[in-house]
Design a protein around this ligand. Structure first.
Ligand code: CP
Length: 348
């Protein structure tokens, strides 16, 4: 029998700006809907639930995964996508305000995803928008859909080891000061119980104090360290991040920290549990001087980074289905695909 969902948030027509909006039931609602999207993301079925709807995919900062997976998710639900990929090709570069841009684009779209380098910019944009806006990353602040897909992945990976999110140990490694994915993931994990966080970073790039306090006040254990080897011990998940070069004043400043914390097969085998799940929001910086997650782990069964990206499509489909209120219409409009297709998801 299907579980009865009790979301506390009315997803219909809502902006998704911060993970702080979510209750634990809301998160589980997103996960349940995401699971139901698998046959569509796998191309086993087609749906026209969002036929006629238009996504405004507004990216004012570089992106591969977030932009393309939101676009892909909308297409898979039967909708169309219009997008910008660079501030230079929009009239913001001619001095147009976020307010005017929001008023204009929301006249063209039914829902908008926006990424922008300034903290708070997506919230400002959403205030002027006539349609729901999803935060695709606002500077070093938040990346809520990434946190949802990360937590969805953690849940699935731990389930296959007969473990739960409650009571898990997680190490977060790298640039925890500027990394919006670890900010959002940590704040989402506040909703769960008895988690041990090992925060491994240079002291200049520590997790912001307000987030550390939030975790401690919620009863979680927080250990901050600069010692990678001890920090890697006894974790269910290790979540690596790159040095966020674009948030530093100069490249030279970022170079001070690049390559300081690296995971490769040898370090993993020596310090981690045999079933520790390896995660990274991507992009990983594979340049020799950085290389925080080595390619010699690419074939390791515990490397979940491409299962994360696969799960991103499911979670983003779920957000669209909930916000545009078509969860029940997805299966009603379903049909089989009429073209050759292959199984493609690592996460299935
Ligand atoms: N994880 C993530 O946000 O990747 P992109 O910058 O490629 O969108």
């Amino acid at each position: 029998m299907a579980r009865i969902l009790t979301p506390t948030m009315d997803f219909r027509g809502s902006h998704i700006i911060s993970v702080k909006q979510f209750s634990r039931d809301d998160v589980e609602t997103v996960f349940d809907v995401a699971g139901s999207m698998e046959p569509y993301a796998q191309r086993l079925k087609l749906t026209r639930a969002l036929e006629g709807a238009i996504l405004g995919n507004m990216f004012f900062e570089p992106s591969t995964r977030t932009r393309l997976s939101f676009g892909c998710a909308f297409n898979l639900l039967g909708g169309d996508v219009r997008e910008t990929t660079d501030v230079k090709t929009t009239s913001i570069s001619k001095g147009e305000s976020l307010y005017d841009t929001a008023r204009v684009i929301s006249g063209y779209s039914d829902v908008i995803v926006m990424r922008h380098p300034q903290i708070g910019s997506v919230a400002e944009f959403a205030k002027a928008s006539r349609v729901p806006v999803i935060n695709g990353g606002d500077g070093a602040n938040e990346h809520p859909s990434q946190a949802l897909l990360d937590l969805y992945t953690i849940k699935k990976e731990l389930q296959s080891n007969d473990k739960l999110i409650d009571g898990m140990n997680i190490a977060m490694v790298g640039d925890l000061r500027h990394g919006r994915t670890v900010h959002s993931l940590s704040q989402l994990l506040v909703l769960y119980n008895r988690i041990t966080f090992k925060l491994i970073s240079p002291k200049e790039l520590r997790m912001p104090e307000d987030i550390v306090s939030l975790l401690k006040n919620a009863g979680h254990t927080v250990i901050e360290t600069e010692d990678m080897e001890s920090g890697l011990n006894d974790n269910d998940t290790v979540y690596l991040t790159r040095i966020q070069e674009e948030r530093f004043t100069t490249k030279l400043e970022a170079n001070v920290y690049r390559g300081r914390f690296r995971l490769n097969k040898e370090i993993y085998t020596m310090n981690c549990q045999p079933n520790t799940v390896i995660m990274h929001p991507l992009p990983r910086d594979s340049r020799e001087e950085a290389n925080e997650l080595d390619h010699d782990l690419n074939q390791h069964p515990n490397l979940a980074i491409f299962r994360q990206t696969d799960n991103g499509v499911l979670v983003r489909m779920a957000l669209f289905a909930l916000i545009l209120d078509v969860v029940d219409t997805v299966d009603k409009t379903a049909k089989k695909v009429g073209w050759y297709t292959q199984s493609r998801f690592e996460s299935s």
